[in-house]
Write a protein that binds this ligand. Sequence first.
Ligand SMILES: Nc1nc2c(ncn2[C@@H]2O[C@H](COP(=O)(O)OP(=O)(O)OP(=O)(O)O)[C@@H](O)[C@H]2O)c(=O)[nH]1
Ligand SMILES: [Mg+2]
Length: 320
Amino acid sequence: MNAMSVRTQSSEQPAEAVHRAGFACFVGRPNAGKSTLTNALVGQKVAITSNRPQTTRHTVRGIVHRPDAQLILVDTPGLHKPRTLLGERLNDVVRTTWAEVDVIGFCLPADQKIGPGDRFIAKELAGIRKTPKVAIVTKTDLVDSKALAEQLIAIDQLGKELGFEWAEIVPVSAVGSKQVDLLADLLIPLLPEGPALYPEGDLTDEPEQVMVAELIREAALEGVRDELPHSIAVVVEEMLPREDRPADRPLLDIHANLYIERPSQKGIIIGPKGKRLKDVGIKSRKQIEALLGTPVFLDLHVKVAKDWQRDPKQLRRLGF
Ligand SMILES: Nc1nc2c(ncn2[C@@H]2O[C@H](COP(=O)(O)OP(=O)(O)OP(=O)(O)O)[C@@H](O)[C@H]2O)c(=O)[nH]1
Ligand SMILES: [Mg+2]
């Protein structure tokens, strides 16, 4: 099979009686588009996304159900040069994950030349001999066909330099919904035969409390700059149905803390007259209500957890 071919429609598989189920992880530099692609394949938001690097901070499983297969995607944090203890922990999570899955999907954005960060990851992947590696060129909507072709050739070359062949090289656009289904078609044959691992209809195994915290963090990431995105952490302390509500008008009380690292960051997060924090609350509440299917009262507080990215004790408290 020619791994370089850009297929515009699903490759026709012969009807197979076997059922496959297994894990494919997405790895790559921060901001490569891993979480957006995970969501596009699952057909629902299971992982938060942002244009800030290092948005994802834990592995998120998204489940794709097909009649002939169950493809469990494991979205991972972007692998990067760590500057904090948090960064080291995130990289450890990625390395543990790719050692455990059936297929590795290495995401490289179409609009950026292969850089030292990508080479570093590819070199490590070369060491994992037993696992098939699929190169995924993301964000193809951002480039023309000539640039895309050059990127495909460069990626093929990268594999050869490191002494391995990609099982496939697949260009996709998660935002433009291009070749996303094809990617699933190509990943599934690389999974082992076996029965479904998750119940029909489950799209993720993220606990609700974690998803809620992530939606708040996603809203808080929007519009903040510099180091601030890295400094934000969110913990949902409590989710309880409000007592004394009529059965047809339930309300869920959610108490959440938004942590930052320094007192000086408080003003930025809260904004003039509290406007920013209020907007974060409104925006995330809408998403939380859609996720949980119930009206929500969101009680959001900003707290300082001094230098939490570097402090093992604080990291543990925040769930890392
Ligand atoms: N134009 C375009 N933008 C995309 C596409 N996929 C992702 N993006 C954008 O790229 C940015 C990063 O996307 P994420 O999915 O959060 O990237 P990630 O690889 O999960 O990043 P980390 O979690 O930080 O490692 C976001 O602003 C996305 O909207 C795509 O197919 N086309
Ligand atoms: Mg991500």
